[in-house]
Design a protein around this ligand. Structure first.
Ligand code: 2HA
Ligand code: ZN
Length: 280
């Protein structure tokens, strides 16, 4: 992995993550976006120490107000920016913004050095953060959207059914049900960046962290850069195994529901929630 350092530790971590995602083949050109809710005290102290002369830009109105995020800071990828450039031009690819005015606007406080602004999916990210901050009681902080190819491929060959996709993935490796017991929830094909896709996504995110934007990619929430990477990596690997199995003529046998149940009992302490699609 690229060796890279930055005066803001959050930039160092998120830029390394973005670059790694590009190396994985998940984020071609300007595809994909990341937003990470940062701890307020830490971000304020590092900005005051490292960038004492930077003043916040004028507030920009958000299309959907998010009162529960008022005052929160996010580091977010800029619209049109390439993950491939993340470690080379971090101050251009990323910006740090603060949600202000009761959650109805944001202010850029650092970054977007060439006059950029947050990703076109920012409203959907914020809607996702608002739901997952509440549901996870603050544990989840980072949302990542990637064009993971094996995962996208499955949306062309499996029915657009959350239970069917989840079972296909859970039955590809024993770790899967432990790592994503909440399953993968499907949002039908929709125009990216719209309030419709935001509404459809957050309805599903009440129940789980992971969304399939059909024929488009994955949208997932987790606690840290490392854990969101690990989550998507696991799902993408399972999707690849499933595609290989289908290409080779389909399953002759599979991991049984009984074994899936045993896995969730055995690893109960590691699960973020009880598995959703096993019982019916
Ligand atoms: O261009 O991936 O979904 C960024 C995207 C939009
Ligand atoms: Zn996309």
């Amino acid at each position: 992995m690229t060796v890279f350092s930055h005066p803001i530790p959050f930039v160092q971590q998120v830029a390394s993550l973005a670059r790694l995602c590009w190396e994985m083949g998940w984020n071609e050109a300007n595809g994909g976006n990341i937003s990470w809710r940062l701890p307020t005290d830490e971000v304020e102290s590092v900005l005051a120490r490292r960038y004492p002369n930077v003043t916040p830009a004028a507030p920009v109105t958000l299309p959907q107000p998010q009162p529960t995020l008022d005052g929160d800071y996010f580091i977010v990828t800029g619209t049109g920016q390439y993950f491939r450039h993340a470690t080379e031009f971090p101050d251009q690819v990323f910006g740090i913004v603060r949600i202000v005015e009761g959650g109805s606007a944001y202010q850029t406080v650092w970054g977007f050095s060439n006059g950029g602004r947050p990703t076109s999916e920012f409203a959907t990210h914020l809607a996702g953060h608002a739901v997952r901050k509440r549901v996870s009681e603050g544990r989840e902080r980072i949302i990542m959207h990637c064009h993971a190819p094996e995962f996208i491929a499955l949306s062309y060959i499996l029915p657009l059914d959350s239970k069917e996709l989840t079972m296909a993935l859970w039955t590809k490796m024993p770790e899967c049900i432990v790592i994503f017991p909440d399953g993968v929830r499907i949002v039908p094909p929709m125009l990216p960046g719209t309030t419709q896709i935001a509404d459809a996504s957050i309805k599903e995110m009440e129940k789980g962290r992971i969304i399939s934007w059909s024929h488009h990619g994955i949208f997932a929430s987790e606690a840290t850069p490392d854990s969101v990477f690990g989550l998507i990596e696991t799902i993408e690997k399972a999707a690849g195994i499933h595609r290989k199995v289908l290409s080779a003529g389909g399953e002759k046998q599979t991991i049984s529901k009984e074994l899936l149940g045993q896995l969730t009992d055995y690893f109960e302490k590691l699960l973020v929630q009880k598995p959703d699609f096993l019982d019916d």
